[in-house]
Design a protein around this ligand. Structure first.
Ligand code: DX5
Ligand code: ZN
Length: 242
């Protein structure tokens, strides 16, 4: 059965004075998650939003909150975000050692949320190895974390394919999310490589018609995914949809 690619618009590109409107807009447009970029000015140079915003988002939307923690001390702050209502929490592989990653994943699961680990563009996929079998999602960064509106780093799709393979080798099938520079022109490549969730900041919120942009990106991603699956299984796309 064919699973459509999910779009996770990043609020970092929304209008902070109109956050309620901008969340409602993506909910109506069929987003799969709300992507919340939390930055501490230390792990990354930028500072963005934190726990109070997550708490208010929880009341404002029924979409799952996908909280991307770009912070140096995730083990200390995780409980705050879990209490605030995060449904899926991503910690960075560069912020913790193997034991710390395992503790973070266990704490997220103990709170009933989904756990993900992110790796920056230059971080080898081997950093995921100690926890990949326990993850609900892997986040492959396709830009250096810190800012929206950057260009997609060419070749990230190969890393996506390696992560899918690595998970399969240990009998796991976490969702694979790609974050950074995803647009109409890059979505197909990552979807064909195996991405399940696409974060889109500027490509959605800076568009003249954000709902239309979201639908168009989802459509090209689904088409690429379907074609890749069909090529792999050597069946026609129509069979996969039935
Ligand atoms: C970057 C953030 C991204 C970013 C995506 O550090 O993690 O989520 O906001 O924005 P675009 O899609 O504009 O690259
Ligand atoms: Zn992000």
């Amino acid at each position: 059965m064919f699973e459509p690619v999910r779009i996770a618009p990043s609020l970092l590109s929304a209008d902070f004075m109109q956050l309620g409107r901008d969340v409602a807009l993506i909910e109506e447009a069929g987003a799969g998650f709300v992507h919340v970029d939390v930055m501490d000015g230390h792990f990354v140079p930028n500072l963005t939003m934190g726990v109070p915003v997550v708490k208010q988002l929880k009341r404002a939307t029924s979409l799952p909150l996908d909280v991307h923690l770009m912070i140096s001390n995730p083990l200390e702050q995780l409980p705050w975000f879990l209490d605030a209502g995060a449904d899926l929490v991503t910690v960075h592989a560069e912020a913790l050692d193997a034991e710390g990653l395992a503790r973070a994943v266990a704490a997220i699961h103990a709170a009933g949320a989904l756990a993900a680990v992110a790796c920056k563009p230059h971080t080898p996929t081997g950093a995921l190895a100690p926890v990949i079998a326990d993850l609900d999602m892997v986040l492959v960064m396709s830009v250096e974390p810190g800012f929206s509106g950057q260009s997609y780093i060419e070749g990230t799709e190969d890393k996506v394919a390696r992560v899918v393979e690595m998970a399969r080798a240990v009998g796991a099938a976490p969702l694979v999310q790609v974050d950074g520079g995803i647009s109409l022109s890059t979505a197909a490549r990552v979807a064909a490589a195996g991405a399940d969730v696409l974060v889109c900041g500027n490509a959605v919120y800076a568009a003249d018609d954000p709902a239309r942009a979201l639908a168009d990106i989802a459509a090209v991603a689904d088409e690429a995914r379907l074609a890749a699956l069909a090529a792999h299984k050597e069946v026609s796309p129509a069979c996969l949809l039935s």
